[in-house]
Design a protein around this ligand. Structure first.
Ligand SMILES: NC(=O)c1ccc[n+]([C@@H]2O[C@H](COP(=O)([O-])OP(=O)(O)OC[C@H]3O[C@@H](n4cnc5c(N)ncnc54)[C@H](OP(=O)(O)O)[C@@H]3O)[C@@H](O)[C@H]2O)c1
Length: 296
């Protein structure tokens, strides 16, 4: 349910980059009042303001703070603290950053002035603003704040048709590191497959064409059946003969390829066991082979 107009906070953005443009447009489409934007360059602020009806581009960050009740500091992580400290905050307003790994305490200068502070991290890739905007509904926003800001940010996530999770203080680096396993590290793993297939003459493009449907099928299966039931392949069945063939070949491919394979395979065994594909004795035999190949 959209909130009543008179209860809507006036939302501002400092830093008009990819996340600000995606979120500001999403919020405006969800009936929120995005009223102000400033950035390092006037062009970026003007671009954001042109995308959102009722939003005004300002030359200075302070003008955004003065015009808003809830300010998103959407600048690169390394300058969040400095940008926050460069403006004068008011009692009762809110300062929120969108960084995954940066602790909310980075906004302490705003808190010292009586503002509420929080984190609002959308688990979504904001490379192309159009793609990010279309992908917002259904994604999760990790929120860290105390009441009364916490329920307000949760309502905002809901208005964006996103799910939300609450992050306790002090966990952001680990939370953010783990998120890489569903994003950048998937690409790293595909890169590893490309390298291995290149060694027998299949190029990057053909490898990607071959592996992307496999990846899509895996994602669809995890969505439908969950983590454990979707595990397929050698480590779902406990095929020791296949495992031995993999290890013998990867030893020839080189220590780095072998090491990565062993680490991932060792992490797959508990899931295979949970799935009931083999018993503990088989798991132990597999672990022993993998640990020996890894050299520990
Ligand atoms: N990109 C993602 O996929 C993603 C996803 C979730 C969260 N985040 C987080 O969202 C935040 C913003 O990331 P982003 O990807 O949107 O970065 P971005 O596209 O590089 O945008 C950052 C914006 O901040 C502006 N800026 C830089 N220094 C500034 C300063 N001192 N004062 C005012 N504005 C300044 C830049 O200015 P100009 O354009 O004016 O030069 C730029 O528009 C980061 O905390 C990031 O960790 C990013």
């Amino acid at each position: 349910m959209p909130q009543q107009a008179q209860t809507l906070p006036r939302i501002g953005f400092i830093g008009a980059g990819r996340v600000a443009k995606g979120l500001a447009r999403g919020m405006a489409q969800a009936g929120q009042q995005v009223v102000a934007a400033a950035s390092r360059s006037p062009q970026s602020a003007a671009q954001l303001a042109a995308m959102v009806a009722g939003c005004r581009a300002h030359a200075r960050a302070q003008e955004v703070v003065d015009a808003s009740d809830l300010v998103f500091i959407t600048v690169p992580d390394d300058v969040i603290a400095a940008v926050c400290a460069s403006v004068a905050w008011r009692e009762g307003m809110a300062a929120v950053h969108c960084s995954g790994a940066t602790e909310v305490a980075t906004l302490e200068s705003a808190a010292a002035a009586g503002a509420q502070i929080g984190g609002f991290h959308p688990l979504q890739l904001f490379a192309d603003p159009e793609v990010a905007l279309a992908g917002l509904p259904g994604c999760t926003i990790a929120i860290e704040a105390e009441a009364p800001l916490l329920p307000r940010l949760e309502q905002l996530a809901q208005a964006l048709r996103c799910r939300s999770i609450r992050l306790p203080p002090g966990c952001r680096a680990r939370y953010h590191a783990a998120a890489h396993y569903a994003a950048g590290f998937v690409i790293t793993l595909l890169g590893q497959a490309v390298e291995l297939w290149q060694s027998f003459g299949v190029g990057r493009e053909d490898t990607m064409r071959a592996l992307l449907p496999l990846l899509r099928g895996t994602v669809a299966s995890v969505e439908r059946s969950g983590l454990v039931q979707s595990l397929a392949g050698t480590y779902s069945r406990g095929d020791i003969g296949t495992l031995e063939k993999h290890l013998a070949d990867l030893e020839r491919a080189g220590p780095e390829a072998l090491h990565l394979y062993c680490e991932l395979a060792l992490r797959s065994i508990p899931l295979g066991l949970e799935r009931g594909g083999y018993d503990e004795q088989r798991a132990e035999e597999m672990r022993a082979l993998l640990l020996r190949a890894r050299g520990s």
